[in-house]
Design a protein around this ligand. Structure first.
Ligand SMILES: [Zn+2]
Length: 227
């Protein structure tokens, strides 16, 4: 069995809508990891400005259509560069905003996507008591999921278009033994860091569905073994 998670970060309004539409075309659920204050102008890193972010009106709409909207930080801080207590405080504020703004949000059922895929062992140990699972940088391919798994590792590619890297990574995975591949994406076409072409994404999903590969968000993968 091969399981593929495509995990989309940063909550660009236009890309998130199009990503959801492309996944729906193939009968799939998209995973969108969004910044709690994204619609209020955070993060303020220069590479993020110029691409409007969605707000919780959009996130609630996409969630109601069946997609997973998950936390990607309060203001997109690189948690490795902060004292542990400060990083914890930001994650708590992020989860508080989600609880207030996103219908039915339960931290214990959520996956947290670390900005920049950067985390520390101390932060991971603490975060495991706050959320269901978390995504950080590491090997793209994991063993098939196990009960109690919280740590999910992924790769990404940028700042240029990631189309070729994504397709090569997925094809190499499918040629290998059973496992779980998590690939981190951002915007579509020209939007965001390391964007993927919507046509490339559409063709990849068509191919994966045609081969019977399971394409699932992180929490759905974990639910599938907990059932
Ligand atoms: Zn991000």
């Amino acid at each position: 069995m091969h399981i593929v998670t495509l995990s989309f970060d940063d909550g660009f309004e236009r890309s998130s809508l199009r990503t959801a539409e492309i996944f729906e075309r193939h009968g799939l659920i998209a995973e969108l990891n969004v910044v709690a204050t994204g619609h209020r102008g955070e993060p303020d890193e220069t590479w993020h400005t110029g691409w409007p972010k969605g707000d919780f009106g959009l996130w609630n709409e996409l969630q109601a259509r069946g997609h997973r909207v998950m936390p990607h930080g309060y203001r997109h801080a690189n948690k490795v560069e902060l004292p542990l207590a400060d990083a914890q405080r930001l994650i708590e504020r992020c989860l508080d905003v989600f609880a207030a703004e996103l219908e039915g949000f339960e931290p214990s059922e959520a996956s947290f996507a670390f900005p920049y895929n950067r985390s520390t062992p101390a932060l991971e140990a603490w975060l495991g008591s706050q959320v269901r699972a978390f995504r950080t940088g590491g090997d793209a391919v994991m063993r098939l999921p196990h009960i109690g798994q919280q740590r999910v590792t992924c790769v990404s590619f940028g700042p240029a278009r990631c189309d070729d890297h994504m397709v090569r990574t997925v094809d190499a995975f499918l040629a290998g033994p059973p496992g779980w591949l998590c690939y981190n994406l951002h915007g579509l076409d020209e939007e965001g860091w390391g964007p993927v072409g919507s046509d490339t994404l559409d063709r990849l999903l068509e191919r994966l569905v045609g081969r019977g590969v399971q394409v699932l968000p992180i929490t759905d993968v974990l639910d599938s073994i907990a059932a």
